[in-house]
Design a protein around this ligand. Structure first.
Ligand code: NDP
Ligand code: 8X3
Length: 254
């Protein structure tokens, strides 16, 4: 089973946990994220613990030319990507529509939609040539339901869900599986980024609940990726037990 897994946004959260999960199971890895120091440290830890082969690509997914140069410049044997975890993304701010910061919106759209497209288009072209591959897109419950002050982040994740459906149709002739994973609240660096370093507000998102962890989501990604080749999970929603949907949480003590 082992092959090559390419993960964007591997410097923290879901992406980092997914790198550990696949390394533990003998896969070779291509890892992306902007923070090169973190990527290098992760690479060193994974190589020493699991003896996997690994390449780091520290590009910004918003930079189309850098994305194409990095992916098309991979050594030939590394272009045989079996699994692509299209995970890099972020939320910025939680504001009512009329009060939100246009720069936050631009960054979210450039990262979650345009960056998501740049990377998956380049990888899909490699997969089409081989008539083989699995693209796992990171959606969100925010891409299934809109909540107050979620406006553009939700819109960007709705786009991920819709584009995943489109990918699945267009890549059908090439035996390429497309899975969209939609998690609920997971305690990673997501809220710290969203609230721009305000640790107390970030922590309050998870008050009274046991949130998902990066490892929980990585386990689900690994499960989807290792099903028999004729089986594809198209969409999967994963929540903390204390979360019912985008807005209903049970924060009551037992
Ligand atoms: P983290 O903030 O922990 O991780 C986000 C990752 O994305 C980091 O590795 C970051 O790396 C990378 N990233 C962000 N912007 C860019 C960029 N422009 N270019 C390259 N890499 C980038 O959050 P999560 O692990 O929680 O988030 C991962 C994905 O899961 C995101 O798409 C998020 O929207 C989604 N999600 C998160 C949920 C949650 O509750 N945590 C729930 C549902 C979905 P670096 O900064 O080094 O570039
Ligand atoms: C992250 C989950 O509900 O904070 O995508 O938007 S949520």
């Amino acid at each position: 089973m082992p092959g090559i897994v390419f993960i964007t946004g591997a410097t923290s959260g879901f992406g980092e946990a997914t790198a550990w999960k696949f390394a533990e199971n003998g896969y070779d890895l291509i890892l992306n994220g902007r923070r090169k120091d973190r990527l290098d440290a992760l690479a060193t830890s994974l190589e020493s613990k699991y003896n996997v082969a690994l390449i780091t690509l520290p590009f910004d997914v918003r930079d189309e030319a850098a994305v194409n140069a990095a992916i098309n410049g991979l050594p030939e044997q590394w272009k045989a990507i079996d699994i692509f975890v299209n995970n890099a993304g972020l939320a910025l701010g939680r504001d009512h529509f009329h009060e939100a910061d246009m720069n936050d919106w631009t960054t979210m759209i450039d990262t979650n939609v345009k960056g998501f497209l740049y990377t998956s288009k380049a990888v899909s072209q490699l997969m089409v040539k081989r008539k083989k591959g699995h693209i796992i897109n990171m959606g969100s419950i925010a891409g299934k339901q809109v909540y107050e002050k979620g406006n553009v982040y939700c819109g960007s994740k709705f786009a991920v869900n819709a584009i995943s459906q489109g990918m699945r149709i267009d890549l059908l002739p090439y035996h390429i599986r497309v899975t969209c994973i939609n998690p609920g609240a997971a305690e990673t660096e997501f809220s710290l980024v969203r609230f721009k370093g305000d640790a107390a507000t970030a922590k309050s998102v998870y008050s009274g609940i046991q949130p998902l962890t990066g490892e929980d989501v990585a386990g689900v990604i690994y499960y989807c990726a290792t099903l028999p080749e004729h089986v594809c999970i198209n969409e999967l929603e994963i929540m903390p037990t204390r979360q019912a949907d985008a807005t209903h949480f049970n924060r009551q003590p037992d």
